[in-house]
Design a protein around this ligand. Structure first.
Ligand code: FE2
Length: 273
C-alpha cells in the first residue's frame, strides 16, 4: 500500500524489495546479450554536462526507437571505443518498452501496472519512455539536479517516473538523491525543440537548495517512484560496482502532450495492456 499523503507531500516514495531479484538478474543478462550483439559502429555520446551533443539526429530520433548512448570517456581522440561495450554504455533509450518483447513484458508486469494504478488516478496511463541506465563503475557520470517534467510533459502536468533498481543503489555507486517536497516548486527549465534542434531553456532561475537533498539508497528489486516535478540528481559513480536501473516514464493518455518536448514519436503510446 502506498502512503498517499507522503507521496503528495514528499513527491516521491519507495516500494522496498518489490521486484523479484531473480527477475532483475534476468533483465540484466538479457540487456548484456543485447549489447554483445550490437554491431561495432554504434556510437553517440550522452552527457548531461554537454546537452548540445544531444541535438544529434541519433538522439533526437530515439523517442520511438532503441538506441545506445555511450560514456564520453569510452572513446579516444579518433572516436574509437577504448573500453569493452558493456563497460562503455551509458544508457539505452527510449522505446525498449514498446519495441522489445522482453522489455515490453518486464515494463508491463502486473506489479508495475498495479503500482501505477495506485499512484495516479488516470483512466488511461501510458508509458511514454523507457531508459536502461548503467552508471558504470569509475566512469558513470554525474547527473545534475533536474525535474523530469523539464524533458517530457503534458497539459495538465501528469508525468511520473518509476525507477527500478536492478542492482543495489548506494551512495558509493551513485544512488539517486532528491529534495523532499521540491516537486511543489516551479519547473526550472524546459528541454524542447527549436528549429529542429533541442535546447534547454531556463524558465525559473531559483537555485535548488541541495542542502535539503537526501540520498535515496535502495536495494536490488526496490522501486522508487517520483512526480515529474520532483528534483533529483546523482553523483559520479567512483566505486568498482555499476548501478544499473530501468526507468519508465508514465503520463496521462487523456492529457495533451506538450508538442515541443524533445521526445517525439510517430508510433502511438500504449498503456499497460
Ligand atoms: Fe531524472
Amino acid at each position: 500500500m502506498i502512503d498517499k499523503e507522503a507521496w503528495n507531500k514528499q513527491g516521491f516514495g519507495v516500494c522496498e524489495n518489490f521486484i523479484d531479484p531473480a527477475k532483475c538478474d534476468q533483465i540484466r543478462a538479457y540487456c548484456h546479450d543485447m549489447l554483445m550483439k550490437l554491431p561495432a559502429d554504434h556510437s553517440s555520446i550522452f552527457s548531461s554536462r554537454h546537452q548540445n551533443q544531444n541535438t544529434s539526429k541519433y538522439f533526437l530520433e530515439s523517442g520511438d526507437k532503441i538506441r545506445f548512448f555511450w560514456e564520453e570517456g569510452a572513446f579516444d581522440d579518433e572516436g574509437r571505443m577504448v573500453r569493452p561495450k558493456e563497460q562503455a554504455i551509458n544508457k539505452i533509450g527510449h522505446a525498449l518498452h514498446d519495441l522489445d518483447p522482453i522489455f515490453d513484458s518486464f515494463s508491463r508486469q502486473e506489479k508495475i501496472a498495479g503500482l501505477v494504478r495506485e499512484l495516479v488516478d488516470y483512466s488511461d496511463p501510458h508509458i511514454i519512455q523507457s531508459m536502461y541506465i548503467f552508471k558504470q563503475p569509475y566512469i558513470g557520470g554525474e547527473v545534475l539536479c533536474h525535474q523530469d517534467s523539464s524533458f517530457i510533459d503534458t497539459t495538465p502536468s501528469s508525468l511520473i517516473g518509476v525507477w527500478i533498481a536492478l542492482e543495489d543503489a548506494t551512495k558509493e555507486n551513485g544512488c539517486l538523491w532528491g529534495i523532499p517536497g521540491g516537486h511543489l516548486e516551479p519547473l526550472r527549465s524546459r528541454y524542447h525543440l527549436v528549429d529542429g534542434g533541442a535546447v534547454m531553456t531556463v524558465v525559473d532561475e531559483t537555485p535548488w537548495d541541495l542542502s535539503q537533498a537526501v540520498p535515496l539508497e535502495v536495494s536490488k528489486g526496490s522501486v522508487l517512484f517520483f512526480k515529474g516535478h520532483f528534483p533529483h540528481f546523482s553523483y559520479e559513480n567512483l566505486s568498482a560496482r555499476s548501478r544499473q536501473a530501468y526507468v519508465l516514464h508514465i503520463l496521462d493518455g487523456g492529457a495533451t502532450y506538450i508538442q515541443d518536448c524533445w521526445l517525439q514519436r510517430s508510433m502511438p503510446t500504449r498503456g499497460f495492456d
